[in-house]
Design a protein around this ligand. Sequence first.
Ligand SMILES: Nc1nc(=O)c2c([nH]1)NC[C@@H]1CN(c3ccc(C(=O)N[C@@H](CCC(=O)O)C(=O)O)cc3)C=[N+]21
Ligand SMILES: [Mg+2]
Length: 297
Amino acid sequence: MSASIIDGKAFAAGLRERIGVLASAFEAAAGRKAGLAVVLVGEDPASQVYVRNKGKQTIACGMESFEHKLPAETSEADLLALVETLNADPAVDGILVQLPLPAHMNEQKVIATINPDKDVDGFHVVNVGRLATGLPGFVPCTPLGCVMLLKDQLGSLSGLDAVVIGRSNIVGKPMAQLLIAESCTVTVAHSRTRDLPDVVRRADIVVAAVGRPEMVKGEWIKPGATVIDVGINRVAGAQEGKSRLVGDVDFASASTVAGAITPVPGGVGPMTIAVLLRNTIVAAHRNAGIALDESAI
Ligand SMILES: Nc1nc(=O)c2c([nH]1)NC[C@@H]1CN(c3ccc(C(=O)N[C@@H](CCC(=O)O)C(=O)O)cc3)C=[N+]21
Ligand SMILES: [Mg+2]
């Protein structure tokens, strides 16, 4: 048996197309483009690539991109002042401060300074609380993208057993909240979980977000289960000096057992940026008081 491959790259392209239509309608109604500000502190090469891709896709969807690149030595006070400026700027609907920040900055303090109604990452405690309470807010992009792929693949998730491996604030915890809201029976596993293979074997849905290359093996997967691989790990390639991307799931073995599985790259990764643009166009409509059927995006 061989799993069907969940094409996150294609799904993300379709989502960006729908966002593009909404962005031009927004521009016509508001008399300005929706705007996303992305702040990058430091020169981490991987972060620079992500930020460049975010900017390109923002513009391709017909929205305005404001990029702020600050040197690694920027003081926390200067970064907070920039965030306050973006909070007050009516051309900015969404604000993303690329993580991780340099060690001398307090990430929680920086995130807490972002206006929750411009927090398109969904990292502010107000948005975390809204998600936990079932109130409208902003949901972190990666887990929301995972749920979109799951619903596209499975239809209703109601009653399904889901195991989330990883308990980070950015993926694991919000993923669990979203799956609860979809009426799954949710287990959150992590580094201290006893007998992880047995826990995973119960699951109709497996979401792997641990950051350990190819840790989840095919023998752990219930036949026919849907596997969502959030991991992006750069490992040494077959050729000397070359690297390749792998997920947290051992794709070769898991894809012989699963019913459906996301690849790495081309699965969850492209969804993360597309959902960021979705959250931005939602923020623009909410902040401008223009009606939008958010459930149809
Ligand atoms: N405030 C904040 N918000 C974020 O959403 C955020 C962040 N900080 N810091 C870094 C991580 C990482 N991230 C990714 C975005 C796109 C891909 C992506 O498009 N991946 C492609 C290709 C990856 C590649 O080729 O390197 C794929 O998986 O197919 C991956 C990872 C957003 N992040
Ligand atoms: Mg963990």
